[in-house]
Structure formats: structure tokens, C-alpha cells
Design a protein around this ligand. Structure first.
Ligand code: NAP
Length: 270
């Protein structure tokens, strides 16, 4: 696959997408577009072409990623509108639905995705949903691109707010947990580097156990809990806390906020 790719908005996520494509050995041309010259300097150092002209970059590309904030999507789509007929336009903007995107680029094949920042290390979970005119062949192409960033899964669009809340924002919650575990390590006297490395690797390893063994997390918890041992002392403390409810509330709040932002953007009425 060596389609020309334009990434419009080379910030945190656009930059992560470009990095993951490069790390995966993508051989097609990549052009990074941004209105911030310093963002483009960073991309130039990675060896990709850069531009401040969205329209020209989209005209030159086969596939266009829209990686600006939800409030900036309309401007970008209006700029590239005449250049994307029959091309894949992939929006990563949270909250912005397919039908809104279609209004501005009706002739494009639109895909809405929700990756996360772990794309930087090719470990994103990316959910995607597609417009009606996206063919099986297009989907294969999209999947092969998204798999370079981690793993991907097609979902119905009605789940995108929930996915945004769980996996798009998820690295934020897990970072809080890693930080808390790191401080727990300090509390019991570990050197700082041992506490941080140990906490992060334990989160990574536990995720891998759940995925590779295809086990319910409760089974993993059971696997490490010996009668009268150390783990049950800790699990007892956790079960008496509101940690489960806190995480559920966090995801619920983020999902509700996603809907609110969409209302504030007025995308439903436009
Ligand atoms: N951050 C995450 O973890 C995450 C995860 C999943 C999805 N998303 C989605 O990803 C999108 C981007 O988020 P981000 O965190 O990467 O934002 P970001 O770091 O602010 O990056 C967006 C970049 O696009 C630039 N930009 C704005 N308007 C532009 C235009 N018309 N043409 C070219 N470039 C333009 C911005 O410049 P200015 O700063 O001057 O505006 C900025 O450099 C959002 O829609 C968000 O919902 C984010």
C-alpha cells in the first residue's frame, strides 16, 4: 500500500498518526499540514513533507486524515471540499458525526475513527465507522492503515461517544492509576524508578494477560490471590473503596460530555 496520505492538523494526534505510520514502515508519501509552523518543523525532522495549504495537500493525496479539534472540522472540510471526490476522508474528531462531515464533503468516502494517544507507540485501540459509500475494498485499506497504529475494530456509529469516553480518553485514566501505583510503591519504600517502571509494566502485563489468555479480569485477579496471602489483603482494601464506581462514573461523565460538546457545536442542527 503506498497511497499518498495527507494529515491535516499535525498536533498531538495527527503527529501520533504520522509517527505510527512511519514506525510501521509505510512507504507511501505522507504530507503533514498545520497552521502552526513549529508543529511542521517537528514533522519535517521525522522526514515527511509539510505544508500549510490544506486544499493543495488534499488535492495531492489519496487519503486525507482530519486531525483538528471538532470546532475546526468545518473550516478544513470547506477548504478541501473540491479536491476529495471519491477519496477516503478519515476524521478523528471526537463527537463529530458522519452526517455532519458528509454535508461539507458529500463526494468523499467518509470514515470516522476514534484512536487514542497510544498510536504514538503503535498500541492504539481504534474504533471506526464508515459512511454508506465506503466499499469493502476501502474498509480493507482503512483497516490496514489503522492496524499500523495498533488494533482496530468497526463499530456502529451509535457507540462512538461511549468509545471516545472509554478508549479515546482511556490513557488519561490509566495514567492516573499508574501514577497512584507509583506513589504506592514510594510509600512502601521503593526507589522512584523501580516504582514507576514496575507500575507501568504491571498495567501493560495485566492487559496482555486479559487479551492473550482471553480471560475475564476476575479470573486474573483470582490467579494472583492466594488464601491468607498478601494480595487478598490489598484486594480487600480495594473492594471496600469506591474505585470501581469512580471509574464507571468517569467514563459515564466523559460520554455525557461528548454529547454536550456536539450540542454546543450545533452539528445536529446545521
Ligand atoms: N488528544 C487525544 O487524546 C485524542 C484522542 C482521540 C481523538 N482526538 C481528536 O483528535 C483531534 C485533534 O486533537 P489533538 O489533541 O491532536 O489537537 P491538537 O494537538 O490541538 O492538534 C490540532 C492541530 O491542528 C491545527 N489546526 C487547527 N486548525 C487547522 C487548520 N484549519 N488547518 C491545519 N491545521 C489546523 C492546530 O493548530 P492551533 O493549535 O493553532 O489550533 C493544532 O496544531 C480532535 O478532534 C480530538 O477530538 C484526540
Amino acid at each position: 500500500m503506498n497511497d499518498k496520505i495527507a494529515v491535516i492538523g499535525a498536533g498531538m494526534m495527527g503527529g501520533a498518526i504520522i509517527t505510527s505510520l512511519l514506525k510501521s514502515g509505510y512507504t507511501g508519501k505522507i504530507i503533514a499540514v498545520d497552521i502552526q509552523p513549529e508543529k511542521l518543523e517537528e514533522q519535517k525532522k521525522l522526514g515527511v513533507a509539510v505544508s500549510t495549504d490544506s486544499r493543495k495537500a488534499a488535492a495531492d493525496a489519496d487519503i486525507i486524515f482530519i486531525c483538528v479539534k471538532p470546532t475546526g472540522v468545518k473550516t478544513v472540510l470547506t477548504q478541501i471540499n473540491s479536491t476529495v471526490k471519491g477519496k477516503l476522508v478519515i476524521s478523528i474528531a471526537a463527537t463529530v458525526p458522519l452526517k455532519y462531515l458528509k454535508k461539507f464533503v458529500p463526494d468523499a468516502k467518509i470514515v470516522r475513527i476514534m484512536p487514542n494517544v497510544a498510536a504514538l507507540v503503535q498500541a492504539s485501540y481504534t474504533a471506526y465507522c464508515c459512511g454508506e459509500n465506503v466499499t469493502k475494498k476501502d474498509k480493507q485499506k482503512v483497516k490496514s492503515l489503522l492496524n499500523r497504529m495498533g488494533v482496530c475494530e468497526e463499530v456502529e456509529e451509535k457507540y462512538m461517544d461511549a468509545v471516545t469516553a472509554l478508549t479515546g480518553s482511556g490513557p488519561g485514566y490509566i495514567a492516573v492509576i499508574i501514577e497512584a501505583l507509583m506513589y504506592a510503591g514510594l510509600k512502601v519504600g521503593l526507589p522512584r524508578n523501580v516504582a514507576l517502571y514496575g507500575a507501568a509494566q504491571t498495567v501493560l502485563g495485566t492487559g496482555k494477560l486479559v487479551l492473550d489468555l482471553q480471560e475475564h479480569p476476575a479470573k486474573v485477579k483470582d490467579m494472583v490471590t492466594t488464601p491468607g496471602g498478601t494480595t487478598i489483603e490489598a484486594v480487600y482494601e480495594l473492594e471496600g473503596s469506591s474505585i470501581r464506581q469512580a471509574l464507571m462514573r468517569a467514563v459515564e461523565k466523559a460520554s455525557t460530555k461528548s454529547k454536550l460538546i456536539r450540542e454546543e457545536l450545533g452539528v445536529n442542527s446545521e
